[in-house]
Design a protein around this ligand. Structure first.
Ligand code: ATP
Ligand code: MG
Length: 420
């Protein structure tokens, strides 16, 4: 019996260097921008997502992995990062210092979706969340952070689409206009969209239905319903983006698949893989009422989530395994103790070293050294043991020379520097 992966999940084995690179770059950039890491649990109460992401969103109504635990608690595997981070912010009373809190996270999320390219059941997000700041400069900062992240990993053709959903007041007026527009076409709506129109009309803008998409062309646009405050706010966000020369496109129908947003919403869009299908690789926005809605004080929030699987699909370059520096090859049994000690001496000097375990032919061991992308093979026989020395073979130039063991570390360091 061969056990198989759960459908929609995957092992990360062969492109681990790419994954590490994506994660390290995110951490590096966040630290420069003043964001600290937060790690929240993979499981939360399902109710948290119903209250925040929204009961009628696809995420909560169709895609959530939720179950009762042995004590009949209703638990969900997190489908997104924001709700858990907001919960942690409130539960740990982080707001009490009345400071701005800038956090980032990287980790797995779970959604029960039909697996296909760029869509899996376990996927990974890099996200940021900022609390207690309603400066439009911050909205621009996090959009810029996302774009700089893509730049830093060599993904240059990402576009930003953004929109403003306005504040509660603006949105109320807009929703009324939207409902009366779509009511005229109620017969051409499918059941899902008809239900959305009644319960949560903005969700209709997010519809994947072709007919609805066509109707959208002449539907009212939120941008014409923004009150002065929301409009000024939005224009400031755009001005800050202009100041950084970040190009963007205002998409008045962008609402995003989660209920908690208001004012600024945005998506990072790129083409995915070989078929060049354009899709969102990340998205985010402002959620100034979410902390309050989840039982905390009236504290503003803004953030994004970027899907790392989709980022990897859009990346055409790959980051290769750097390989090791030295591979030690003992030529006979009696030198093995000497070699074992040498192995640890080099490692203690931060030189990445491995050794040929088990007795094999020199030729086979040299092959292994090449497979491991070693720069040097350190070959040791009886003569070297007697002289307390090592044969150092540069695997690129094939030049071999005998080096005293006591000089080996500095010899290797010089070799490594010359190579750079
Ligand atoms: P979509 O419309 O493609 O379903 P979404 O609006 O549901 O995306 P968000 O909730 O905004 O996605 O999540 C942010 C990012 O997380 C997405 O842009 C995407 O990169 C990634 N993501 C979301 N769902 C999946 C998934 N099932 N598999 C892989 N990545 C995902
Ligand atoms: Mg989705």
């Amino acid at each position: 019996m061969v056990y198989k992966l759960v459908k929609g999940t995957s092992d990360i084995i062969f492109n681990i260097e790419n994954w590490r690179y994506l994660e390290e770059k995110a951490k590096e950039l966040c630290s420069i921008y003043g964001y600290k890491e937060i790690r929240t649990p993979i499981i939360e109460t399902a109710e948290l997502y119903r209250r925040s992401v929204g009961q009628y969103t696809d995420i909560v109504s169709k895609e959530m992995y939720a179950f009762f635990d042995k004590a009949e608690r209703f638990i969900a595997l997190r489908p997104e990062g924001t709700a858990g981070v907001v919960r942690a912010y409130i539960e740990n009373k982080i707001y009490s210092g009345n400071r701005i809190t800038k956090w980032y996270y990287i980790g797995p999320m779970f959604r029960y979706e039909r697996p296909q390219a760029g869509r899996s059941r376990q996927f990974h997000q890099f996200g940021v969340e900022v609390f207690n700041c309603s400066d439009p400069m911050l909205d621009a900062e996090i959009i810029a952070l996302g774009m700089k992240y893509f730049d830093s990993i060599g993904l240059y053709d990402v576009k930003v689409e953004l929109n403003s959903l306005g504040d509660v007041e603006s949105r109320k007026k807009y929703i009324a206009a939207l409902v009366s527009y779509f009511e005229k076409y109620e017969k051409s709506l499918n059941e899902d969209d008809r239900r959305r129109l009644q319960i949560n009309p903005l969700r209709v803008l997010d519809s994947k239905d072709r007919k609805v998409k066509e109707l959208l062309a002449t539907a009212p646009k939120i941008t014409s319903y923004l009150n002065e405050k929301s409009q000024t706010y939005f224009l400031k966000v755009l001005a800050y983006l202009d100041a950084l020369d970040i190009s963007y496109e205002v998409n008045p129908y962008l609402v995003r698949g989660l209920d908690y947003y208001q004012d600024t919403v945005f998506e990072f869009v790129a083409s995915l893989g070989s078929n060049n299908k354009v899709c969102a690789i990340g998205g985010g926005g402002r959620y100034d009422k979410l902390v309050l809605q989840l039982g905390g004080p009236d504290v503003a929030g803004v953030g994004f989530g970027i899907g790392l699987e989709r980022v990897l699909l859009s990346l055409t370059r790959s980051f290769l395994d750097k390989g090791i520096t030295c591979y030690i090859i003992p030529l006979e049994e009696k030198v093995r103790l000497f070699c074992f000690k040498l192995l640890f001496l080099l490692r203690e000097n931060n030189i990445r070293t491995d050794i040929a375990f088990e007795n094999k032919k020199l030729k086979n061991n040299l092959k292994t050294a090449l497979n491991l992308k070693a720069k040097f093979a350190l070959i040791i026989g009886e003569e070297e043991l007697r002289e307390d020395a090592v044969q150092v073979k540069d695997l690129k130039t094939k030049i071999q020379e005998k080096v005293a063991r006591t000089k080996l570390v500095s010899f290797l360091r010089v070799g490594l520097i010359n190579e750079k």
